[in-house]
Design a protein around this ligand. Structure first.
Ligand SMILES: Cc1cc2nc3c(=O)[nH]c(=O)nc-3n(C[C@H](O)[C@H](O)[C@H](O)COP(=O)(O)O)c2cc1C
Length: 205
């Protein structure tokens, strides 16, 4: 079972060492995020925000509150991937473009709005879970898009979430799910580490 996409997935590794001289244009960063936003979200809520930290000054501020990890200043950009707490009242706005394009029948709007109200209204844990799910899935798409463009990436949970929220003015409804560095990987990086046997992680029922 293989093709070029599978080969790309299989060959990804986390980058630890970046070429600090390599930069990414804002247009390229925009393209990467555009690709990432095709990732799926619950009800197509798209409850995420990607903050591209790419100036030397902003990277230094982020590194200070992220375990002083050198890749934050050495990679071309480090994204603060924010998940947003689900507010079901935003759903009509998020679904309207699909209705206008004739993809979704208009009658489905109220059905989905009812379903999302039932799931998320006054359910802070579910709203938060969904923010973390959306942020994680968006970050994953960004990781593989970067790899397909021959860029290295590093997902990072090594940061102070409260400090990131304050320093980068996240809204009350936003959670910094992950930092994601992206840049040019140096050849000295480790190869991919082995995985647990599939038989340990897969159950057939
Ligand atoms: C949620 C998450 C958080 C991580 N946090 C960090 C981190 O703070 N610093 C770091 O150097 N690597 C971090 N990593 C990278 C992992 O250590 C790495 O993905 C794992 O060891 C497997 O290696 P591979 O991606 O090269 O296969 C993180 C990965 C994930 C998915």
């Amino acid at each position: 079972m293989t093709n070029d996409i599978i080969k790309s997935i299989l060959s990804r590794t986390t980058t630890n060492l970046y070429d600090p001289t390599f930069t990414l244009s804002d247009e390229k960063i925009y393209e990467l995020v555009k690709i990432a936003t095709t990732a799926p979200t619950s009800f197509n809520f798209q409850n995420w925000r990607f903050i591209a930290v790419r100036t030397a000054e902003a990277k230094t501020r982020l590194r200070k509150i992220a375990w002083d990890q050198p890749k934050i200043t050495e990679a071309a950009v480090t994204f603060i991937i924010c998940g947003q707490l689900i507010d079901y009242r935003l759903l009509p706005e998020r679904l309207t473009p699909a209705v206008e394009m004739g993809i979704m029948p208009v009658e489905m709007m109220s059905i989905l709005e009812d379903a999302s109200r039932g799931l998320y209204f006054q359910q802070p844990q579910r709203q938060r879970d969904e923010a973390v799910r959306s942020g994680s899935i968006g970050a994953t798409a960004l990781i593989y898009a970067a790899h397909a463009l021959d860029l290295g990436s590093t997902p990072m949970i090594g940061f102070d979430a409260n400090a990131v929220t304050q320093e980068f003015s996240l809204s009350d409804n936003e959670i910094p799910v992950l930092l994601l560095a992206v840049g040019k990987a140096l050849p000295e990086n480790w190869p991919q580490k082995p995985r647990r046997p599939v038989s340990d992680v897969l159950d057939f029922i």
